[in-house]
Design a binder for this molecule. Structure first.
Ligand code: IMP
Length: 193
């Protein structure tokens, strides 16, 4: 079976992506290949950060690899948190702090439109390919739902109007930014189903 590294240790992401590979690809995490370094994400675009991570693994470990970078962009805040989504509340802060800050900054804003964008960079056999997925929606006024991770409790995709965190993993995957980008990647790697 084709083996490929997904440059992440996020268990939620690994589960989402492994589910989509439907057992047709062996997806290894960074821990699986013994990579325990913190790969610096120093670019100021999603594409740049995804490329840094995928190239890091392919250069040092000689393995085919893909990496993703995701941002949540709000119109009312000029695209924030955007590429800084993971560090919005400052270094060392968790998702709860990031969400709390975003809710605070969105207080009183009439325009609550936002989108999640994922860029996946694939480095395979020395060739680099980029895939993008996005989902439009709104920032809720308070968290809801028990599932998902990150900003899922406060983002409602337009398709359902309820928080990602209140949807099943399958329903989220079907329309999410990463789901859409990952399906493009899978089609590229495996061909159309
Ligand atoms: P990363 O680029 O995947 O590390 O994500 C950047 C930020 O967006 C982190 O704070 C993540 O928690 C958040 N994030 C990424 N994907 C999702 C998602 O599917 N739902 C909610 N938050 C996400």
């Amino acid at each position: 079976m084709q083996k490929i590294v997904f440059a992440t240790n996020n268990p939620h992401k690994l589960e989402e992506v492994r589910r989509m590979a439907q057992g047709k690809l062996e997806i290894l995490s960074l821990a699986d290949i013994g990579c325990h370094e913190d790969i610096p994400e120093t670019a100021d675009t999603l594409e740049g950060n995804a490329l840094i991570k995928a190239r890091y693994v392919s250069d040092r470990y000689g393995l085919d690899c893909f990496a993703d970078d995701t941002g949540l962009m709000t119109d009312a805040l000029g695209g924030a948190p955007g590429v800084l989504s993971a560090r919005y509340a400052g270094p060392g802060h968790d998702s709860a702090a990031n969400m709390a800050l975003l809710l605070r900054n969105m207080e009183g804003k009439e325009d609550r439109s936002a989108r999640f964008v994922t860029v996946i960079a694939l480095v395979r056999g020395g060739e680099t390919t980029l895939f993008e997925g996005r989902v439009e929606g709104t920032i809720l006024t308070e968290p809801s739902g028990e599932g998902g991770f990150g900003y899922d409790p406060i983002f409602a995709p337009a398709e359902t109007g309820i928080a990602f965190a209140a949807m099943t993993p399958e329903a989220k995957n079907a329309i999410s930014h990463r789901g859409r980008a990952t399906r493009k990647l899978m089609e590229h790697l495996l061909g159309r189903p």
